[in-house]
Write a protein that binds this ligand. Sequence first.
Ligand SMILES: Cc1cc2nc3c(=O)[nH]c(=O)nc-3n(C[C@H](O)[C@H](O)[C@H](O)COP(=O)(O)OP(=O)(O)OC[C@H]3O[C@@H](n4cnc5c(N)ncnc54)[C@H](O)[C@@H]3O)c2cc1C
Length: 308
Amino acid sequence: MSEHALRKELLALISGKVLFDEPMARHASMGVGGNADILVYPKDVDELRKVITFFDGSSVEYLPIGNCTNLIVRDGGYRGALVSLEKLKRLERCGEGGGDAIVAAGAGTLLSHVVDFSLKESLSGLEFCAGIPGSVGGGVRMNAGAWGREMKDVVHSVECMDRGGKLSTVERPHLHFEYRQLRLSRELIITGAMFKLGREIQDVIRRKITGVLSMRRKEQPLDCRSAGCIFRNPAGGFAGKLIDEAGLKGRRIGDACVSDRHANYIVNEGNARAEDIMTLISIIKKEVRERFGVLLEPEVHIIGEARD
Ligand SMILES: Cc1cc2nc3c(=O)[nH]c(=O)nc-3n(C[C@H](O)[C@H](O)[C@H](O)COP(=O)(O)OP(=O)(O)OC[C@H]3O[C@@H](n4cnc5c(N)ncnc54)[C@H](O)[C@@H]3O)c2cc1C
């Protein structure tokens, strides 16, 4: 199919927004990134099914994305379609049992909204997510966590769509969570999740959330554009501590800079390019390896092509 025909068919297929040659710097929390050939926003699961079966049939590569707070698209862009789950929003209390309650959330619901909802409903368990800027889909996929708590502690089940457009629910015992990832077939797109939360006095929950947010403000460069922690913590240690001890705070390539406040954050202080961040990542890896013999691995997901 010609590019023109593909675009025309896609636009006719769904009512949700479809963007072509879209600069991902506009969408990524880091403020960097080349163009995605296609960025599409299905408005519900039916439209999601339509677009992925269409892409499959047209041999267009696609990748689900959430709020792009853990994603860097390289400057040469992404050849294929980024499928945003942003419009799949849902948030409701949908079951009770013992001292617990179940909250269901759509993949596109922001974690901050789930935290606010839990507080309103006097439900505890997700306070650690306060200040994590991702979506439910991205949070579950990344097994997002902070201060010793992770998604795996609260996820009850996950709803996924496969390449054929079939929806299924995977219960907690069959979900394989690891440090900062859910082992999930690349074929599957998370469309929603259920969280099992405990009943608690509202003031207790509010105090926990306030505590988490003030720790974040103290330790993290929240006034700058970033993707959160750039590297995974190595076994038994902290990437930020190693980067700091290697004297790399403040190291800069272009407008990309190792944060003075938290050494595991690379911040975009203006017009950084993805390649500046990639170069900084390589320098950090090399220096930390030479100095401590530790190989740091990026936590942030890097996709797309380098610019020629
Ligand atoms: C200031 C700041 C603070 C942060 N603090 C933390 C923190 O404390 N703890 C932490 O863990 N992270 C933190 N992060 C990183 C980030 O917010 C989390 O990893 C978050 O869970 C990513 O969610 P997202 O919706 O933005 O995902 P995206 O960045 O859009 O995607 C991340 C990955 O998940 C995949 N994905 C997204 N949605 C789906 C889906 N529906 N189905 C299947 N795969 C999907 C994407 O393909 C990609 O590989 C922080 C980031 C920032 C900018």
